[in-house]
Design a protein around this ligand. Sequence first.
Ligand SMILES: NC(=O)c1ccc[n+]([C@@H]2O[C@H](COP(=O)([O-])OP(=O)(O)OC[C@H]3O[C@@H](n4cnc5c(N)ncnc54)[C@H](OP(=O)(O)O)[C@@H]3O)[C@@H](O)[C@H]2O)c1
Length: 320
Amino acid sequence: MKAAVYYENGSPDVLKYEDVPDPVCHPKGVIIRVLAVSIEGGDTLNRWRGPLVTKPHIVGYQASGEIVEVGSEVTHLKVGQKVATCDGFGSHAELRPVPARNCWPIPDSLDPRHAAVIPVAFGTAHDCLFEFGRLKAGETVLVQAGASGVGLAAIQLAKRAGATVLATASSDARLEKLKAYGLDHGINYTRDAVPEAVMKLTNNKGVNLVVDSVGGPTLQGSILSLGYRGRVSMVGQAGREPMVVDVGTLMGGNRSLSGVFLGAEIMTDRAHDMIQGLIEDAAKGEIKVVIDREFPLSEAAAAHAYIESRQAVGRVLLIP
Ligand SMILES: NC(=O)c1ccc[n+]([C@@H]2O[C@H](COP(=O)([O-])OP(=O)(O)OC[C@H]3O[C@@H](n4cnc5c(N)ncnc54)[C@H](OP(=O)(O)O)[C@@H]3O)[C@@H](O)[C@H]2O)c1
């Protein structure tokens, strides 16, 4: 099969389009013919500095596809079925072996390209807002990096839950596009300091919850944007800078900071069912998957470079 592979970590141009051996089906797994790869923020981080579990390494968490082989111990999936899949690596390829547990059937009414995007971005946003963020209707949420995959999902899910939604982005044009998905107030962080802007927009109350997938110095700004008993769901390091926070700024306002890692619970019934529910919601049109651009799999390097240019609003797909 063809795959986008790399032999060393680095910038997007480490990605090469090559022939690699076809995968072998595990008894507890399936093999899919990939229909769409959703390039995750974590994929670009892993390419930059993540472990090369195989050599050459095929990066990538998420892809949708059609099952072409079913492992001998798998009874609930069948050849020909379309599924969204997630695993630690291996999405950037024509064929993908994946544990059966990490497959979510795609309803006929949902485009497999859209389904490819849902498990990690929407599942993570859901856990940040509800499982760990304890969001209630009537509360106010700040979504850092609102134009990101996780950010766009968090904006929609928070709005649907009855929250007022604030979000940050690096330009006014990016913020403008988020209004269609539930953004109430945008903050261009290249122009305005985030905590000050949040206090202005909330009459000095601060927000109840922040979803922070950027980390680095941004995380301290998230804590300073909280109101009394406010919570931060810290979920990523898109900014690629060390996390340095003054934890003393949590105490006075009874504020809390929670780490969120979907991968630690994605195999549980709770997370599996939550993600299947989000796929059903997308099939009914209750949540929208935002696809910015598609590239052929052979142009994976260009697709990663495009993401790193910070122009994308929503997801970039690779199509084998
Ligand atoms: N813990 C978990 O379970 C989990 C799950 C999913 C994702 N994540 C993590 O969450 C982060 C975001 O993932 P994603 O898929 O939402 O990412 P994404 O769609 O690629 O978007 C990342 C966004 O971060 C902003 N950003 C700020 N500083 C940046 C920098 N130095 N370089 C690049 N982008 C920067 C950019 O928006 P602006 O230009 O508007 O600032 C960009 O749109 C990643 O670190 C990922 O690993 C964690």
